[in-house]
Ligand binder design. Structure first.
Ligand SMILES: Nc1ncnc2c1ncn2[C@@H]1O[C@H](COP(=O)(O)OP(=O)(O)OP(=O)(O)O)[C@@H](O)[C@H]1O
Ligand SMILES: [Mg+2]
Length: 205
């Protein structure tokens, strides 16, 4: 399965999502994370040993990709229309992370409109960095997306400090010493279950 993670706006948790989805997929099948961001955030995150997936630069992807069951592609923010056409055409699922705020929502609608013009159908919005209850930001944005008949993952990625700690330490969120590390990890685990339940594939396919 080829999964691409893209958004028009920066800071939507693309790299965080790519790393954690790749780690969960990598538990059952050979998984490659392709770092398509010139800042090389994912490559830097992965510098330590012991990750259950490999990472390579976009320019090495063709060479490596045939050896893997799953490929997760992390991209830079603000892809050009041309980039978007290539990204959308070259994957089984395009995940669009979205933080629940008005500015991000505006850019999401421009993004999904471009996708619609390109005829891309295999995309799904992932609500990320969702403030904890009793805040209702996540619910509010989810209702707007549902009204607009946009596909959205049923699980929210909740906002936890553990993610920043994980990125700083170059480890996965489940391995951070934090009371909420397991809860944070369980959100991405639920997303991967959703991916497989909709694709009809098993984790090793
Ligand atoms: N669920 C979360 N809870 C709290 N903080 C988070 C969460 N997900 C990501 N973050 C933090 O938000 C910031 C942006 O995340 P990330 O780098 O993954 O976004 P990005 O979309 O890849 O950004 P860019 O567009 O710059 O590539 C980071 O500091 C990250 O640690
Ligand atoms: Mg990034």
């Amino acid at each position: 399965m080829i999964i691409t993670i893209a958004s028009l706006k920066g800071g939507q948790a693309k790299t965080t999502s790519a790393v954690h989805i790749a780690a969960l997929l990598g538990a059952d099948a050979k998984t490659l994370l392709v770092d398509g961001d010139p800042n090389h955030s994912a490559l830097n995150w992965h510098k330590r040993k012991g990750f259950p997936f490999e990472v390579c630069d976009e320019r090495q992807a063709v060479k490596f990709s045939r050896d893997f069951n799953h490929i997760v592609f992390d991209t830079q923010a603000r892809p050009s229309h041309e980039d978007l056409e290539i990204l959308a055409g070259g994957c089984d699922l395009l995940i669009i992370p979205l933080t629940p705020d008005a500015l991000s929502l505006d850019t999401l609608f421009s993004f999904t409109e471009s996708l619609r013009q390109l005829g891309a159908k295999q995309f799904k919005v992932l609500l990320t960095i969702v403030p904890p209850r009793p805040a209702t930001d996540g619910l509010f944005v989810r209702q707007i997306l549902e009204k607009a008949v946009l596909p959205v993952f049923a699980t929210d990625i909740r906002r936890y400090k553990a993610y920043q700690k994980a990125a700083l330490a170059g480890i996965l969120v489940k391995d951070v010493a934090d009371d909420y590390a397991a809860a944070a990890w369980s959100d991405y685990a639920a997303i991967v279950r959703e991916i497989f339940s909709h694709s009809g594939r098993g984790a090793d396919q």
